[in-house]
Design a binder for this molecule. Sequence first.
Ligand SMILES: [Zn+2]
Ligand SMILES: [Zn+2]
Length: 165
Amino acid sequence: MNSRSTQRGDREVESALGRLEEACRERGLPMTVQRRAVLEALAPRLDHPSADHLFEAVSRRLPGISRTTVYRVLETLVELGLASRISHPGGGARFELRRGRHHHLHCIRCGCVKDFRSPALETVELPRLAAYGFQVEDWSMHVTGLCADCRVRSRRTRKSKISNS
Ligand SMILES: [Zn+2]
Ligand SMILES: [Zn+2]
């Protein structure tokens, strides 16, 4: 067993690559080295990386790839339904491999984004949004707050402030 608990297995990467190959074939798009590399970099990650973080990871494997190319490939992966873009209040977009519906916890201090799932939310019925002229395609919940690590850190600094005063 490896200790990289934030990484997913090679199997998941392989299956994502298979889906990409299929999607490219269906649309008559070439399965380029760049598309493959970006998906391989994205698939195992659970930390919802930004496009810049992915660019760093991909350029280690494909030196010379441009930032614009990585951005463009990400857009394509989203369009093909292989990746999701999640909005990130106060920051740029973050990306993840597309999976079933889940929701996000966003730490306002360190910026980490973590997944959570909730059977209770699955049964929630959205209000009638047609009144707003809006057609719903998908929805998820985005919760902001402090992550466990930041809470521990803020407790420590509070304590040290007290003992120093
Ligand atoms: Zn945090
Ligand atoms: Zn997620």
